[in-house]
Design a binder for this molecule. Structure first.
Ligand code: ADP
Ligand code: MG
Length: 363
């Protein structure tokens, strides 16, 4: 079952009658069985989109389709959605077992499907054990949430959300309360669980690396508007606009205001590389990892201000056109602070945008 958001808009009006358009004319198809990342800075409308999907918010306009069903007016409990939030919101006085069983015990539709109380209890028991196995907490069923680590608590929250066999799983910044190592481990677990269950999943995050690492598709948002939708690698290598280019990548892409003259892009008064485009002013984005130390036609000078060793590479900082920039350079190049070196950038790491930030794809 694909999910379709059609011209979905949600605005809030505060008591001083000031309107915020949290989600602005969103059009999006979430493919059945996919893990989709909603990515963007804080306040861009990610959570609002999730609340619209699960029915906790009513849209100002637009429609939501689950397959061929228009669910726009369907109440949350009838949409078949599992929700997981940043704060695990487990019931502290209940055991892990009881936490996972709770939504099933209280589900009217589950009661209808399993009217006989003994049979229902056995069914719940089987589901709790099966979901606990899937999320790898089967040895913790007798514990209370207070006796678990953050990562374990979040697994319980995920188990509770998938026990009802939802059609859609929505995760709102589920890793934000975990420390760095657990964040990486738990995000990989989420991917594994999603693949094992096949549940269509929407994963909200402001962390581009998180979204890049586990999703099938990323939806980049800014100020309530979708900026780009695509596979992580495609968005990284072909950003539609300067916002997307800047939001993905660590260290972030270097952005320069530049001129075009005589078929060359000119940065800092120096011809940097060939580009025959019908613009005079452009923005140039260069990925830090695309620099190569090289003295040739397409090379330009940089003055190294600072150097740090990052694994196999040096991270060097330099000032180009008044923009403090970064390059990752293979550490077999003997470069030092204070050196002036010649570099060029691989074409695949260079992105051209017009003054408004729209991608210039032909050059
Ligand atoms: P995100 O989850 O991407 O950080 P949100 O969806 O929570 O962003 O918020 C998007 C915008 O809508 C923000 O400007 C936020 O202040 C506003 N907003 C969200 N919820 C409400 C609300 N209930 N009332 C008023 N404004 C809201
Ligand atoms: Mg949010």
């Amino acid at each position: 079952m694909d999910i379709r958001l059609e011209h979905l808009t949600k605005s809030f009006t505060n008591k001083d009658k000031v309107e915020t358009i949290a989600v602005n004319d969103l059009n999006l198809t979430i493919k059945s069985g996919h893990l989709v990342g909603l990515l963007g800075p804080s306040g861009c409308g990610k959570s609002t989109t999730l609340y619209l999907l699960c029915g906790l918010h009513e849209p100002t306009s637009g429609k939501i389709w689950f397959g061929s069903d228009d669910v726009t007016a369907v109440p949350p409990e009838k949409r078949g959605i599992g929700l997981v939030f940043q704060n695990y919101s487990l019931y502290p006085h209940m055991t892990v077992y009881e936490n996972i069983a709770f939504p099933l015990k209280n589900s009217k539709s589950f009661k209808k499907e399993h009217p006989e109380s003994k049979e229902r209890k056995e069914k719940i028991d089987a589901i709790v054990h099966e979901t606990a196995r899937i999320v790898d907490i089967d040895k913790l069923l007798d514990r209370k949430p207070g006796q678990l680590s953050g990562g374990q608590q979040q697994r319980v929250a995920i188990a509770r959300a998938i026990a009802k066999q939802p059609k859609v799983l929505l995760l709102d910044e589920p890793l934000s309360n975990l420390d760095a190592r657990l964040r990486i481990q738990t995000r990989e677990e989420i991917r594994r669980i999603q693949q094992e269950t096949g549940i269509t999943t929407v994963f909200v995050t402001h962390d581009q690396e998180e979204a890049m690492s586990i999703t099938d598709e990323i939806v980049v948002m800014n100020q309530g508007i979708i900026q780009q939708v695509g596979a992580p690698q495609d968005i990284y290598t072909e950003p539609d606009n300067a916002f997307v280019a800047k939001f993905l990548g660590n260290p972030p892409i270097n952005m320069f205001d530049a001129k075009v003259s005589d078929g060359y892009v000119v940065i800092n008064g120096e011809k940097a590389f060939k580009a025959d485009v019908p613009y005079t002013d452009v923005q140039v984005g260069i990925r830090p990892e695309s620099f190569i130390v090289s003295d040739g036609d397409d090379s330009f000078d940089i003055d190294i201000k600072y150097k740090a060793t990052i694994g196999r590479d040096f991270l060097v900082r330099f000032d180009l056109n008044g923009v403090f920039s970064k390059a990752l350079i293979e550490s077999d190049n003997r470069v030092n602070e204070g050196d002036r070196i010649k570099v060029r950038a691989k074409r695949s790491g260079i992105h051209l945008f017009d003054k408004e930030g729209n991608r210039i794809s032909q050059w």
